[in-house]
Ligand binder design. Structure first.
Ligand code: HEM
Ligand code: SF4
Length: 551
């Protein structure tokens, strides 16, 4: 866990006070909605289809139990009793009244949570692997660097009005759980041939209207240079990024139009001129940030405790164990994913009671720590294996033990037409219908790892381009239609999926997905060839034929 210092606390509190005054002026009519817009967006407040929505940052996806309880309290007291975890380590509250927003933010500030830079054309919440610090094989804890970047970028005067929003993600593991290749800047911590730790820097990834996979701009940047290098990129972008056309404003377009060589030459020139500046990080600064992270006092525990062996006789427990529990750096411990995807529910939603219960369980079983991942699930990162059976029983009662992590019903979906003013089509009901269709665990398990991602419009909040199966809502003659892509991936082998044919109407989407899955089962070379591997091997044609032959 990270402990905020006095500077952070003061900053966050001052921000709340300032916003309180702005809300007061809006409520009295002194400010028009138009004038208020910039101010509210700087505090993570959007105007949605039905109400204001508050987006709250969860830096590097790490929450303490008191923080989680506070989120539960805000959900209960100011919203309709639930919150929605997004694909960017944020939580959104959909129904907060404008007059209540300052109070809600003040309560969140009391536990070090804020909504700064969760909106606007600035550096957004820096995201990372939700298993940071506990994932086996990780080079080092990437949260140290996410925090360094957070401190650097928060209210950075030069980068408050970039051409467009800016997203940075970091991973330090072989398996990329942070989707760094679809971010404006992706950072991969690794060791070079000399054994030094540093960053591979990717730039220009992103989804939305024009999806791009990030390109490597520099294979190795040492830790001490990472801020200056990121700043050099931001400066080049700030100077040359387009401000005349919102659809061409992201850095991915600039990188694409200039070409990575030219772009990287510009960055290099900028960097050489300023790298030996105050931004050069000395070991002390990094050590200070590192020292603000506390790590659990792990016990020496057996890796196969009796409690675990005894519980394995229960097939339900065994199934959950296999699906939702992952290895940990420490023997005797495990990482437990809490599925926020029960059959028939909106992906990523959690009730206030569930959040409170998770806070309690984290205190009891995970050293008071909870993680939020970009797949809209939660995790308890530090569970002693001997406690797994007891934890499972309690999660099961709370509806948080659906053993579907990474399976076909572990769907990512944006709010779509149910909430979002930009949507063309519904996303949540499609997800709900699909979870019902594939509710049978045996079938889901037989299908294996398969990610379905759904967005209600081209903005791609649901990351549809990089779903193994992607579903994108489009509008035709005032009706909801859906384009289906297959073969996308968001991990270390990220690719954008390929469209398989004309858009299909709302009522047919679940059938089409079933057809695609059936085609896959018939086409796969071996039972362990995953869906995206079959698409990679065969291309989309056989799937296309199967889906459109009868339509
Ligand atoms: C409901 C209110 C929301 C609004 C008004 C909204 C708006 C937008 C817009 C306009 C974009 C496009 C940005 C671009 O073109 O570069 C975008 C992208 C994105 N949104 Fe949302 N969004 C909302 C909710 C969500 C939710 C609930 C999630 C998570 C499930 C989310 C996650 C994202 C992500 C990950 C992207 C990035 C796509 C990229 O990589 O460029 N948003 N959002
Ligand atoms: S993808 Fe479109 S519909 Fe979905 S939340 Fe984003 S802006 Fe709204």
């Amino acid at each position: 866990m990270y402990a905020y210092d006095e500077i952070d606390r003061t900053l966050v509190n001052e921000r709340v006070a300032e916003f309180r005054d702005q809300v007061k002026r809006r409520l009295s009519g002194e400010l028009t909605e138009d004038e208020f817009k910039m101010l509210r967006l700087m505090n993570g407040v959007y105007l949605q289809l039905h109400a204001y929505m508050l987006r709250v940052a969860i830096p590097y996806g790490t929450l303490s139990s008191p923080q989680m309880r506070k989120l539960a309290h805000v959900a209960r007291r100011y919203d309709r009793g639930y919150g929605h975890f997004t694909t960017r380590q944020n939580i959104q509250f959909n129904w907060i009244k404008l007059a209540d927003l300052p109070d809600a933010l003040e309560e969140l500030a009391s536990v070090g949570i804020h909504a700064m830079q969760t909106s606007g054309n600035c550096v957004r919440n820096v995201t990372t692997d939700q298993w940071a610090g506990v994932a086996p094989g990780e080079v080092e804890d990437p949260r140290i660097w996410a925090e360094t970047l957070r401190q650097y970028s928060t209210m950075h005067p030069e980068f408050t009005y970039l051409p467009r929003k800016f997203k940075i993600a970091i991973t330090a593991a072989d398996h990329d759980r942070a989707a760094i290749r679809v971010h404006d800047i992706g950072l991969r911590i690794h060791r070079n041939e000399a054994g030094e730790t540093g960053f591979e820097v990717l730039v220009g990834g992103g989804l939305g209207r024009t999806p791009f996979i990030g390109k490597v701009i520099k294979p190795f940047v040492a830790g001490r240079d990472i801020l200056s290098y990121v700043e050099a990129i931001l400066r080049v972008y700030n100077q040359y990024g387009r401000r005349d056309n919102i659809y061409k404003a992201r850095i991915k377009i600039l990188v694409h139009e200039l070409g990575i060589e030219k772009f990287s030459a510009e960055v290099e020139e900028e960097w050489q001129a300023m790298r030996h500046s105050a931004l050069e990080l000395d070991d002390e600064v990094v050590a200070d940030i590192r020292s603000r992270f506390s790590y659990p006092d792990y016990e020496k525990l057996p890796d196969a405790p009796d409690e675990l062996l005894a519980a394995s006789a229960d097939p339900h427990f065994e199934r959950w164990l296999k699906n939702s529990v992952a290895p940990h750096q420490r023997p005797g411990y495990a990482i437990v994913t809490l599925s926020l995807k029960p059959v028939g529910a909106p992906p990523g939603d959690a009730t206030a009671d569930q959040l409170d219960a998770v806070a309690d369980l984290a205190e009891k079983y995970s050293f008071g720590e909870i993680r939020v991942g970009h797949e809209q699930n939660l995790a308890l990162p530090n569970v002693a294996k001997r406690d797994l059976p007891a934890l499972w029983r309690q999660l099961d009662k709370l509806g948080l033990a659906t053993p579907n992590v990474n399976l076909i019903t572990d769907i990512i979906a944006c709010p779509g037409l149910d909430y979002c003013s930009l949507a063309n089509a519904r996303a949540i009901p499609i997800a709900q219908e699909l979870t019902r269709r594939f509710a049978n665990h045996d079938i889901a398990e037989m299908i294996g790892r398969l990610h379905i991602n759904i967005s209600g419009c081209i903005n791609a909040c649901g990351h549809h381009h990089v779903g193994h199966i992607g579903i994108l809502g489009v509008e035709k003659n005032n009706e909801e239609f859906y384009q289906i892509t297959i073969g996308g991936r968001a991990d270390e082998g990220a690719v954008v999926g390929t469209l398989i044919g004309p858009a299909v109407p709302y009522d047919d989407v679940a059938n089409v997905i079933e057809d695609i899955v059936e085609a896959y089962l018939a086409l796969r070379a071996r039972p362990d060839e995953l869906f995206y591997q079959t698409v990679e091997r065969l291309g989309v044609e056989p799937f296309k034929e199967r889906v459109y032959a009868t339509r």
